[in-house]
Structure formats: structure tokens, C-alpha cells
Design a protein around this ligand. Structure first.
Ligand code: DQA
Length: 149
């Protein structure tokens, strides 16, 4: 079964309590449960990871990339400055969707820049937790059509 890594960065463990107008009321465990259940329907194993530490996220990607077919990542604030995260995403060269719950382009100027966006397949920003679901559906269909070629 194809495996997709779902990675959440700093402060996303606080979802459900964090500014709910921006980030919604669903907790991270609830989102992860919904993704695993969607993964079951799509025939994709979903492996979830969250850390507040840049190094732990990079270690997780390095340790799991060989077994993975794709990545869904919400890097949180690392989006805006982590060149180390950008490098590892470029190095592993897996299909990767960057997800943001809020629309980062409608927020502060410093949030409108993503250093990771240029090395990922695509970005979903502003669709709330459903952005993760759409990313998973996209990866499932992209991986399926790749198999048929
Ligand atoms: C976020 C947007 C980032 O700017 C912020 O630092 C986050 C969450 C989002 O999902 O909208 O932690 O990635």
C-alpha cells in the first residue's frame, strides 16, 4: 500500500484552541483521524507526525522518505524562513503538497512568503482542515495515474 506522510509543524498541536477564526475548531487528532479514514477509502496508508522542532521534522522526513510515495506538510511558521526544511523537501523529491489552514496571502506581509512553496508540487492555502483532505485526494489520484503510465 502506498504511504503518504502527513506532517505538521510548530504550534499545530494546539489546533482547536489556537485562534479558531483563522484555524478552525478541529483538533489535530481529529484532522489526523479524518485523513486516516479517507486514506483507507483511497487505499493509502497515512502516517502522521507533528513536532514543534525543525530538526525533528527534518529527521522524520529523512527517516521515512524511502518508504513514502508522497508528503502533505503544513510547516506552520517554518514556511516563512526554514531553508533547511526547503532543502530536505527538495532533496527527497517526492510529490509534496504544502497546506495552510488560513489564507497566508490575505495575512501579514511576512506570512505571504513561503520559502518551501518553490520546491513542492503545489500549495493549498485558506481552505481550512479540508485542505489536507483535498491534498490527500490529489496525491491518491496523481499516484494512481503515475502507476498506469
Ligand atoms: C499556518 C500559517 C502560518 O503562517 C502559521 O505560522 C501557522 C499556521 C496555517 O496553517 O495557516 O502556524 O501554516
Amino acid at each position: 500500500m502506498k504511504k503518504v506522510l502527513v506532517i505538521n509543524g510548530p504550534n499545530l498541536n494546539l489546533l482547536g484552541n489556537r485562534d479558531t477564526r483563522l484555524y478552525g475548531v478541529k483538533t489535530l487528532p481529529e484532522i489526523e483521524k479524518a485523513l486516516k479514514s479517507e486514506g483507507n477509502k483511497l487505499g493509502i496508508e497515512v502516517l502522521c507526525f507533528q513536532s514543534n522542532s525543525e530538526g525533528a521534522i527534518i529527521d522524520f522526513i529523512q527517516q521515512n522518505c524511502a518508504e513514502a510515495a508522497g508528503i502533505i506538510i503544513n510547516p506552520g511558521a517554518l514556511t516563512h524562513y526554514s531553508l533547511a526544511l526547503r532543502d530536505v523537501l527538495a532533496d527527497v523529491a517526492l510529490p509534496c503538497i504544502e497546506v495552510h489552514l488560513s489564507n497566508i496571502y490575505a495575512r501579514e506581509e511576512w506570512r505571504q512568503k513561503s520559502v518551501t512553496a518553490p520546491v513542492v508540487t503545489g500549495q493549498i492555502s485558506g481552505l481550512g482542515w479540508q485542505g489536507y483532505l483535498l491534498a490527500l485526494q490529489y496525491l491518491a489520484s496523481a499516484l494512481e495515474s503515475r502507476k498506469q503510465k
